[in-house]
Design a protein around this ligand. Structure first.
Ligand code: IPM
Ligand code: MG
Length: 358
């Protein structure tokens, strides 16, 4: 049976980068892969079309799909909307609705782009790090939250951080299993010296770890992890952490790779159904100009074949094709060095398709 992919291009550069990812899907389908896809709205585009960032039509299609490919959402056009209908609520809504609790954010330093990074080459050369971020719990979704008057009569805003044992257990299992397939080192990041939530987190990770004696488990406070990531990122293999810490650390780690335009991500449910998206945002400043780097979106297609469709062969092929175009010197503006020739979004997509055919 044909695999159903729902494509949610989103806002601003989302549509441009997604068009290039579709070229890759078209090639694979032409080669005989049993895949089909349809389009839907998420984020600002969904608000414009249907009045909600995660409208019922998208919800239905997302639940029926085998995998979801997303561009990027948000931007200035939507900044003044009430919070409940802002584009971010589209992403948070689909994550929660589909139970996409395991967010995989690899940070890979491409040799060819070493000069584009703000780090010294020796600090990042060969870096291959995976951040595993819990995605449906923590202070992002904790209740109660809101505004109130405190005892002194002052207005205050408040949120609630919490994790339950089962929530920590399931992300811990994903993390240990990911580490088993890599270099067998897992660093769990928390704030155990201060937070109750982190105390439970650490206890549960240690317990789950007993089932994975082949994985070396370590623990680090999040503030130290933020420092170690820029000081000596190669000490890490897999990092597992909660939602808010993972949000922050994964943006930090993306800089190690040279450009945020290079990093794909996967958000998986318990059955490895997934939503795949580039880590970068909707880049309103360059939207509509054909300048955006489509590689993170194309690499996200690769992750989709690896994790949801169990086709490591196709995922490897896409990864190799991307490396090849980089080696050929193809550069969009975000990864170009002064003096290097800059190509556009479509040319980059075409170059990957050409490389895939070789
Ligand atoms: C991310 C983003 C989202 C998050 C925003 C857009 C809600 O920053 O995917 O990292 O905070 O999770
Ligand atoms: Mg973020």
């Amino acid at each position: 049976m044909s695999k159903k992919i729902l494509i949610l291009p989103g806002d601003y550069i989302g549509t441009e980068i997604m068009a290039e990812a579709v070229k890759v899907l078209e090639l694979l389908k032409a080669e005989g892969e049993q895949i089909e896809w349809s389009f839907g709205h998420l984020g600002g585009a969904a608000y414009d079309a249907e009045g909600h960032p995660y409208p019922p039509s998208t919800q239905k299609a997302a639940r029926e799909a085998d995998a979801i490919l997303m561009g990027a959402v948000g931007g200035p056009k939507y900044d003044s909307l009430p919070r409940a209908v802002r584009p971010e609520q589209g992403i948070l809504g689909i994550r929660k609705d589909l139970g996409l609790f395991a967010n995989l954010r690899p940070a890979l330093a491409y040799e060819e782009l070493a000069a584009a990074s703000s780090f010294k080459p020796e600090v990042i050369a060969g870096l291959d790090l995976l951040i595993l971020r819990e995605l449906t719990g923590d202070i992002y979704f904790g209740q109660p939250r809101g505004r109130r008057q405190n005892a002194e009569g002052a207005e205050e805003g408040y949120d609630t951080m919490h994790y339950s044992r089962p929530e920590v257990e399931r992300i811990a299992h994903v993390a240990f299993q990911a580490a088993q397939k890599r270099n067998k080192r897992l660093c769990s990041v928390d704030k155990e010296n201060v937070l109750e939530t982190s105390r439970l987190w650490r206890e549960v990770v240690i317990e789950v770890g007993k089932q994975y004696p082949d994985v070396a488990l370590s623990h680090m406070y999040v503030d130290n992890a933020a420092m170690q990531l820029v000081k000596n990122p190669k000490q890490f293999d897999v990092i597992v952490t909660g939602n808010i810490f993972g949000d922050i650390l994964s943006d930090e780690a993306s800089m190690l790779a040279g450009s945020i335009g290079m990093l794909p991500s996967a958000s998986l449910d318990v059955n490895n159904k997934g939503l795949y998206e580039p880590i970068h945002g909707s880049a309103p400043d360059i939207a509509g100009q054909g300048k955006a780097n489509p590689l993170a979106t194309i690499l996200s297609v690769g992750m989709m074949f690896r994790y949801t469709f169990n086709r490591a062969d196709l995922a490897d092929r896409i990864d190799v094709a991307v490396k090849r175009v980089l080696r050929e010197g193809k550069r969009t503006g975000d990864i170009a060095q002064p003096g290097e020739k800059i190509i556009g979004t479509q040319e980059m997509g075409d170059a990957v398709v050409a490389a895939l055919k070789k």
